[in-house]
Design a protein around this ligand. Sequence first.
Ligand code: ATP
Ligand code: MG
Length: 442
Amino acid sequence: MSPVKIDKMGDWRRTHYSADIGPELDGQEVLVFGWVQEIRDLGGLRFLILQDKTGQLQITIHRHKVASEVVEKAESLQKQYSIGVKGTVKKMGKAPRGAEIVPNEMRIFSVSQQPLPLDITGRTKAEIDVRLDARVLDLRREENQAIFKVQHAALEAARAFLSKRGYIEVFTPRIIVSATEGGSALFPVAYFTREAFLAQSPQLYKEQLILDFEQVFEIGPFFRAEESHTRRHLSEFISVDIEQAFANAEDVMKVLEELIHNVCKAVAANCERELELLGHEIVVPEVPFKRLTYSKVLEELEAEKVHVPWGEDIPTAAYRVLGKLHPYYYFITDWPTKAKAFYIKPKDDNPELSEGFDLMWHWIELSSGGARIHSKELLMKRLSEQGLSTESFKTHLQAFDYGMPPHAGWGLGLARLLMVLTGVKNIREVVLFPRDQFRLTP
Ligand code: ATP
Ligand code: MG
């Protein structure tokens, strides 16, 4: 076979997306761009399924009715070739959109390797690692694109909601000199002649900023050297964070549940097609969400014969049991102070307990937050109780000399929320290019 001739785009410009094509355009000339998704031959007919960002479209080539140049080009096509088609819309009940395109001219812009490493129709299932190795090809599938269209709608709704509530979007440094809060490991960075780290959270900076802006939010990537290989942890993840001055835990819990309510409502309303592709339905949760204290959770677990010693973190196996009892959104409040980060405020009436909370969905943690300590003295005491050096938090502590008000906030894992919104069970599916202990490419 002679090599495929590559055409220039030249002055060709798209007149319609596939989603715009319908029987009402019968007889009209259109110009469409996209990729060949499927090719089917039936006697003197060749059917192409063309895919663009809005969906798919049928192009029908009658071998004996169209110009030989078009037939020749159509015969040379393979899956994933990127092409342009100028043609006439023809009403056709049996075609996917009730219409097909009969080409008058065709341009081939790019060819593809054959065979492709994945079946782009998704009919032949591939292992997740095979799919992620060819991620941009994997994302040709409409179901996969749907996840990121849901993400876009969710972020749009979240930003609109927070802006309306008076929060200003900020960006804090990703390159930092010391640990935010101990706990999970940091990634070191060679920073000129010094060692620095990738930020694991915006915590300390967002707290400092409320001194100036009172209400801030940040949406951005953070990094944790997570060694546990789970379906809900990655080494790089996007966090949606807020921090607010003159607020307590309950105040920011209200903001969080209302944000979730609003995001669910927006996605349900604006992503009908995407949710259908994903086979997922969103039930918009009513507020307020259930609030369970940590002690109550331990009691409920005890009744299920799961023992968690008071003061300890709740292990995943126990969360799975709890998730069965509460198969929805709920908060866990009143955590033991010693189970939470150093900056979480102990309760005024009982310092053993804190104003820290988690937002759960079934057994998965979506968000952690709380009221923060705003007294420098107490903060220093908590740092040393947790074995952290006050020296390495010097520049952070300095902000507490400038009139730090009472404040509270939370951090919400975007990918975890997206798992809930799309019904997808592995976090790697809801991140374009996931990073975990074993994956650093593509
Ligand atoms: P987990 O207990 O599930 O490991 P965490 O308590 O360590 O989470 P936080 O420090 O409370 O996490 O971070 C706030 C939110 O950020 C979490 O509730 C979660 O939604 C998200 N998050 C934290 N670590 C990761 C990660 N490695 N991958 C994806 N999302 C994460
Ligand atoms: Mg947490």
